[in-house]
Design a protein around this ligand. Structure first.
Ligand code: ADE
Length: 244
């Protein structure tokens, strides 16, 4: 998969290229292409923004450098996202949809008060938000999106991690995890995790996930209850206990 990122601050993305995603790029699974919008400006001093028509605070990103950058990429007709607090809020379903595109994805990072609306209209951009709060720019949101999409691309993560996706846990919050030592400052690891009984361990994890989800995200819990139709008898019992 190739991801193009149009930004005024390409250097910010060293935060993702140094990690797992950098390794995926080295392996050729993921190609990350960062484009400095300013390089496509035809204004003096590579200007990329202007005062808004009609007044108002802040600056607006110019259409021309962005048009030039997109034309140089040749991404007409392909998926182009614009990171913006005005967009639909990102969730795992959207992330899956993007990962399954398995094609070229282009992301525009906004700054200042936004971007000339004609950019969004002409290129048929989809606005995407990472939450109901406003950041100073679209770079951090783009990194969040890239990280979440990349971990679903086969080969990016080590194999064992993908198991969570298919299991009954999908749609639930993750159960608590413990590692060595067995006892730390008087706090003991739950006994069930130490006895090697995989069936009991599985049911304990499932119960913990259910409990946590019901408490913290009742919306997700309700959704899970509605859609879980492939539970074993034991899992069903655990679910009934939690629902009481
Ligand atoms: N740009 C600024 N705030 C944002 C947000 N919450 N999501 C996506 N892009 C943004």
């Amino acid at each position: 998969m190739k991801i193009n990122v149009l930004t005024l601050f390409p250097e910010m993305f060293s935060a993702v290229t140094g990690s797992i995603l950098g390794k995926a790029a080295e392996k050729g699974i993921l190609e990350l292409n960062f484009i400095n919008i300013r390089d496509f400006s035809r204004e003096k001093r590579d200007k990329a923004d202007e005062y808004p028509f009609g007044g108002g605070p802040g600056m607006v990103m110019l259409a021309d450098p962005i048009f030039n950058a997109l034309e140089s990429l040749g991404v007409e007709g392909k998926k182009i996202l614009y990171m913006s607090p005005r967009g639909r809020i990102l969730n795992e379903e959207k992330i899956k949809e993007l990962a399954e595109l398995n094609d070229e994805l282009t992301i525009l990072c906004g700054h200042y008060e936004g971007v000339d609306q004609r950019v969004l209209d002409y290129w048929n951009m989809e606005e995407v938000s990472i939450g109901d709060y406003v950041l100073t720019g679209g770079e951090l949101p783009a990194m969040v999106l890239i990280d979440a999409v990349a971990r679903l691309i086969p080969g990016v993560l080590a194999g064992e991690e993908s198991a969570m996706e298919e299991s009954i846990y999908s749609g639930l919050l993750e159960y608590p995890q413990y590692t060595k030592p067995r006892s730390y400052r008087g706090m003991d690891v739950p006994e069930v995790l130490l006895n090697g009984n995989h069936k009991l361990i599985h049911l304990w994890k499932f119960e913990q996930s259910l409990k946590l989800t019901k408490e913290v995200r009742p919306d997700l819990f309700e959704e899970f209850v509605k859609s879980c139709d492939d539970l074993s008898k034991d899992e069903q019992k655990v679910l009934e206990k939690i629902m009481k």
